[in-house]
Design a protein around this ligand. Structure first.
Ligand code: NDP
Ligand code: 8X3
Length: 265
């Protein structure tokens, strides 16, 4: 907790699931002196989460909700400059915003879905990283700060019906690994966290709001909770500065691959 004290942390996709849990987990771990910038498209939800965090941990954590659509390059470009001065000295960027749309197979994949997934999961993550890296690079020793990218098992093991989503997460993986090499002479840590099955709004979004279809995904399974992943995010950010948890893959006990889930009958 001491190592996180005084840090400014930006989380994308903080209105739900893993991002929201990560916000709470940072606040609980370093409740004395932390600044959290919570971003997503749903600003009202972010405001509620902000109030809930402060109600739980107190005023030691400063929380700023900011509306940001990472798939809009102009919004990302304006993001840092629009932050109040006291939130601009960012130490940790959690690139978590992401989504899947549908289970369609080529040649039936809607162009709109392809664009939403790539613009959010890939271009959005890259643009956020490029917006914040100049802040990191101003620090001594070539720069310092943490970039924590949320990938997926889907980026390692592509599956039928998930070609586009899997391709976006494979792209996250390539970008992350190349960036770590580009920044080798600095103290900037580039880390990737790859969850397996986590129950969040992920499947509701995949099935365009159809909650019954989403629930069926988790029937007979015991998925991870978003808190399980949040604990890992906060753990990697809290290591000694010379320790880089470059890569993690996190499954629930009955999962061993993208489509490899043991279902209780
Ligand atoms: P949720 O749907 O619960 O949360 C996704 C978050 O991303 C929301 O806060 C949403 O906020 C935000 N988001 C979506 N599009 C945008 C956008 N254009 N701009 C800004 N924010 C956006 O799902 P998860 O918590 O599960 O997903 C978080 C990450 O974890 C994603 O990258 C996902 O791919 C990854 N992941 C999830 C797994 C799972 O099984 N759940 C497994 C492996 C990886 P809003 O709608 O308010 O913009
Ligand atoms: C989410 C994992 O395999 O359900 O990233 O698409 S999967």
């Amino acid at each position: 907790a001491k190592r996180l004290e005084g840090k400014t942390i930006v989380i994308t996709g903080a209105s739900s699931g893993i991002g929201k849990s990560t916000a709470f987990e940072f606040a609980r771990t370093a409740p004395k002196n932390l600044k959290l910038v919570l971003t997503a498209r749903r600003i009202d939800t972010l405001k509620q989460i902000t109030a809930d965090i402060v109600a739980e941990v107190g005023e030691g954590v400063k929380v700023l909700p900011v509306q940001l659509d990472v798939s809009k390059p102009e919004e990302v470009k304006a993001f840092v400059g629009n932050l109040p001065e006291e939130y601009r000295d960012i130490d940790v960027l959690v690139n978590n915003a992401g989504l899947v749309k549908g289970l369609a197979r080529a040649p039936e994949i809607a162009e709109e879905d392809i664009n939403i997934m790539f613009n959010t999961n890939v271009t959005g993550l890259i643009n956020m990283t490029q917006a914040i890296l100049p802040i990191f690079k101003k620090r001594p020793e070539g720069g310092a700060g943490d970039i924590i990218n949320v990938g997926s098992i889907a980026g390692r093991e592509p599956y039928a019906g998930g070609s586009i989503y899997c391709a976006t997460k494979a792209a996250v993986r390539s970008f992350t690994d190349a960036l770590r090499k580009e920044l080798i002479a600095t103290r900037i840590r580039v880390m990737e966290i790859d969850p397996g099955q986590v129950e969040t709004e992920f499947s509701v979004v995949r099935f365009y709001g159809d909650k019954a279809k989403a629930d069926a995904v988790y029937e007979g399974c015991e998925p991870l909770t978003p808190d399980d992943i949040a604990e890992v995010v906060v753990f990697v950010a809290g290591r000694r500065e010379n320790v880089v948890i470059a890569d993690t893959l996190i499954y629930p006990s009955h999962q061993a691959g993208a489509g490899s889930l043991h279902k209780k009958s």
